[in-house]
Design a protein around this ligand. Sequence first.
Ligand SMILES: *Cc1c(COP(=O)(O)O)cnc(C)c1O
Length: 389
Amino acid sequence: MTNSLSAILKANLTRRPETIAAQSVSGIEPHSGAVSPPLYLTTTYARDEAYLPRLKENYQRNGTPNLWAVEETIAALEKGAAALAFSSGMAAVTTLTETLPLGAHVVSQKTMYYGVRAWLQELAAKGRISLTLVEASDPAAISAALTPATALVWIETPVNPTWDVIDIAAAAAAAHKVGAMLVVDATSLGAVACNPLTLGADMVFHSATKFFNGHSDVLAGVLVTRAVDERWKEIARLRTALGNPLPPFECWLLLRGLRTLFVRFRAASDNAMAIARHFSNHPKVERVLHPGLATQNGHATAKRQMTGGYGAMMSLLLKTDFKGAQGFCTRLKVIAPATSLGGVESLAEHRKTVEGPTSTLPDNLVRLSIGIENVNDLVADIEQALAGL
Ligand SMILES: *Cc1c(COP(=O)(O)O)cnc(C)c1O
């Protein structure tokens, strides 16, 4: 990298988050002036006359200009020292857990994103790790589970799909007391609601498939670290060894999605808050679960911690049974009955159907990922679907 280019990067890093997201850290491409970055669709890079790599690249699995661009921008948005982008959220999770020493103790949550919990349970079943799952919305429960052998505390806040809020600073302090690292699955915080690294977390994880990309068309995962230490270098080495880096076109799309991150997240957050309030006292709704409601577990923590908004995720506990909750989802017309979250379009999901018979979630829980549509259309859609209960 030339000096002038690194000077540009350095200057751009001092900008505010909205500006960094809109223009990316690398900004305008200096050779051609391209405002939208070039896409490097090549698996290999020719060496120069001295048989040296021309820049940093040699082979796509080791990294590409599009990969560096998306990682620099996400590291800046999460206020971290470095980021690594993977071919999916789960690719980031499985690469991280591969660095755990054999037999390491891991503390995580009983209720959390299903795929990550299932993966930790699979590692435990194989004897690769030992695992303690706690109800992490109770801060004392994390502390009680920690032992000197605990290597990793993995939390997700707000908790998917109950949206209880976990105190990140308290979890970090507890983990650090026994020398464990705290990783926060911050997917639904979108780097807008809050930045867990500034609250003491050692690493932040995002399924970038969700709010970061925001358009339901890219599968991607990201880890961001507070310090570039030996553990971080091992994760980077394993990403190459396991063949997990995010490919160039997906990087390009993800950077494109990030340009509108702040406006998307804030619009969706405002819509979700309005919907949560509207249905809080509805005769067909037992309870609305959303971090912004005073009735929510951890609302006081949310007020302190989620300074950038309460987010776009919520769940409805309907006054109905398993079949009734499924029927509600199929009656929705504006909101799509689909899994996933964090897109510009609203989605509804009956989590118990998706998680299967081992799910511990209530039969009547429907998760909503609120998008950026006109809020009146969303409210009317939920109203008409509730009328059929
Ligand atoms: C989607 C999701 C994941 C998994 O990410 P993929 O990109 O689907 O592999 C992990 N955690 C949370 C909270 C998610 O929503």
